[in-house]
Structure formats: structure tokens, C-alpha cells
Design a protein around this ligand. Structure first.
Ligand SMILES: [Cu+2]
Length: 167
């Protein structure tokens, strides 16, 4: 049951944020852009991810575009406290072993279950929250590809994980 419950809108344009002029039509000047940056990944991807007392994310697949600014909001829709049913969102670099990472995270209670010695494995992460709370992070979508995300609260990753797809 993957794609059914997408709630986020790509290219959302909350009126409060700075309006981005989509490159006003420029006559092709002389200098061709050196090393053209990734093709116009404009706008912000607003992603809302919910996790409840049932130890599940509502999204097991999240799609964004390369270079896009990702605004991810994690809501804990349950009632249980963070020390019993804490949730977070951790986006891992490619090639990281989930099981090994989760094991390291288990030992990182003092750091919100974010293993300090594995910083290189982490692209982005939220803090760990309890029922009724939300937290938000903003990061830049990495290079095209498929990445894993998980909740690193002990024991959760087996059920709380998904694919973060950058197109
Ligand atoms: Cu969790």
C-alpha cells in the first residue's frame, strides 16, 4: 500500500515564503553556463509524514526532485510519550546498512537515538518526538536515487521505514 496516501504537494508555494522568479526570460547571452546545475528543481517539496502509536509511518515512499528544498514535517499522531513510543525521521546515505545503523542508534538514547559516530551516514534527521508533537526540518534533496529512511527509536525500524526517492 504505497502510493495511495500521498499527502504532500510538490512545488508547494506557501504565499509567505519568498517568491522565486523562475528565471526571467533571458536572451541567450554569450557565456553558456559552465557546468549546468541540475535541471531546475524549483519550489519546495512539502512533505508531511505521520507516525502513530501503532508504530507506523503513513508514507512508505516519498518522492522529491533532485536539488529541491524539502520541508519535512513529522507529526506524532498518537498519545504515547516519547520515551515509550518516540518517533523520528532519519534519512540515510546510500549503501548504509539499516540494521547496523539501527543497532548503533539503540545505544544513542542520550542523543535522541541519533548515533554521533555515524554522522556520515545521515543526510538529514528530525529530533525524536512523542504523541501529539510535531517537528520540522528543511534540507536539500540529494542526488537522484533511492534512499532509505527510518525511525531509530529502538525496535521501530523494522516497521517504520520507507524509501525516499529523488528524481
Ligand atoms: Cu518510531
Amino acid at each position: 500500500m504505497a502510493a495511495a496516501t500521498f499527502l504532500f504537494a510538490a512545488c508547494g508555494n506557501p504565499s509567505s515564503t519568498s517568491t522565486e522568479t523562475p528565471a526571467a526570460t533571458e536572451a541567450p547571452a554569450e557565456a553558456p553556463a559552465p557546468a549546468a546545475p541540475a535541471p531546475a528543481a524549483t519550489g519546495t517539496a512539502d512533505v508531511t509524514l505521520n507516525g502513530g502509536d501503532d508504530m507506523k509511518y503513513d508514507l512508505t515512499e516519498i518522492k522529491v526532485k533532485e536539488g529541491q528544498t524539502v520541508k519535512l514535517t513529522l507529526h506524532h499522531t498518537g498519545k504515547m510519550a516519547a520515551d515509550a513510543m518516540g518517533h523520528n525521521f532519519v534519512l540515510l546515505a546510500q549503501g548504509v546498512d539499516l540494521s547496523a545503523f539501527a543497532q548503533a542508534a539503540n545505544a544513542a538514547k542520550d542523543n535522541d537515538y541519533i548515533p554521533k559516530d555515524k554522522a556520515a551516514d545521515i543526510i538529514a534527521h528530525t529530533k525524536t518526538i512523542g504523541g501529539g508533537e510535531s517537528t520540522e526540518i528543511t534540507f536539500t534533496a540529494p542526488a537522484k536515487g533511492t534512499y532509505d529512511y527510518l525511525c531509530t527509536f529502538p525496535g521501530h525500524w523494522a516497521m517504520m521505514k520507507g524509501k525516499f526517492i529523488v528524481e
